[in-house]
Design a protein around this ligand. Structure first.
Ligand code: MBD
Ligand code: FE
Length: 281
């Protein structure tokens, strides 16, 4: 494929940083002084402990300083945090929540995607590459009562692993939509199977991965935000049984409950079902 169309660190990092500053600023209210004192002190102390335990050198300290500066220059703080930190925040936030499992949001959500009916096709290009996927299911409360007019926001990478609005050359709302469930809480969405996603290798996060001998891959996934009045919104992802990197997601965001069982269809496509149960708010 044409490497000029690959998501570069500069392009996707700058977009993800801009997105975060637009959507999330103001929602992160400052906590009280005592809380900041404890958290900041313990984080800094944890770093001191690593330096002592591993006898970190001045050369390594300067490499760290230079790398931290470059993460900001590349706009890759959203990527770094969502890949290596968010999964623990999500675990802590939702450890006792009833209903379907959530997982990390990641850096590529965009609010206000095109509104679609309960039976819909995600916006896509004519001849969108990839295996057609019919994704069906039902949204209920935790007792199994259907939730009509629940909203299922979906976003995903295309067959090349590119996200619209974060990779160049992809139409603005490609493979993004807000689906409303029918009066039984059901939906049926036609899309294409996403490809596994490789985080940009040409930026600071890529340099860390190469330097540490890790890999840069996430398994193929659908992102979802499911919401209904009177219920807690669910941010989650769904994966595909047997998909590459299901067992070694760089972002540690796979859970056993979130793996779809895709079945081939007569017309050469794939179908998969998933039901969502939302906790009361
Ligand atoms: C992704 O597509 C993603 O979902 C996460 C969490 C991080 C980087 C890219
Ligand atoms: Fe993703």
């Amino acid at each position: 494929s044409d490497t000029s169309l690959k998501a570069t660190a500069a392009a996707s990092g700058a977009s993800a940083t801009e997105r975060f500053l637009t959507d999330k600023i103001g929602t992160s209210a400052p906590t009280d002084t005592a809380r900041v004192d404890i958290l900041a002190t313990e984080i800094i102390t944890a770093l001191h402990d690593v330096i002592r335990r591993h006898q970190v050198t001045y050369q390594e300290y300067d490499a760290l300083k230079s790398w931290l500066i470059s993460v900001g220059q590349d706009g890759e703080w959203p990527l770094f945090l969502d890949v290596w930190v968010e999964h623990v925040v999500e675990e802590v936030a939702h450890s006792t929540r009833e209903g379907s499992k959530g997982t990390i949001e990641g850096p590529y959500y965009v609010p206000a995607a095109p509104e679609l009916p309960s039976v819909a096709t995600l916006p896509m290009r004519a001849g969108e590459p990839g295996t057609p996927l019919c994704f069906t299911g039902q949204v209920t409360d935790v007792s199994g009562e259907p939730l009509p007019a629940a909203v299922l926001e979906m976003w995903q990478a295309d067959d090349e692993g590119l996200y619209s609005q974060f990779a160049p050359g992809v139409p603005e709302w490609n493979l993004r939509g807000s689906v409303t469930t029918d009066d039984e809480g059901r939906f049926a969405v036609t899309t294409v199977q996403p490809a596994p996603y490789q985080i940009p290798t040409d930026g600071s996060c890529g340099r860390l991965i190469a330097a540490a001998g890790w890999h840069a891959w996430r398994p193929a996934h659908l992102h979802l935000k499911v919401s209904a009045p009177g219920h807690e919104s669910l941010t989650t992802q769904l994966y595909f049984r047997g998909g590459e990197h299901i067992g070694d997601d760089v972002a540690s965001a796979v859970k056993a409950e979130l793996v779809l069982e895709p079945k081939p269809t007569a017309d050469g496509g794939t179908e998969a079902g998933y039901d969502f149960a939302l906790a009361p708010s």
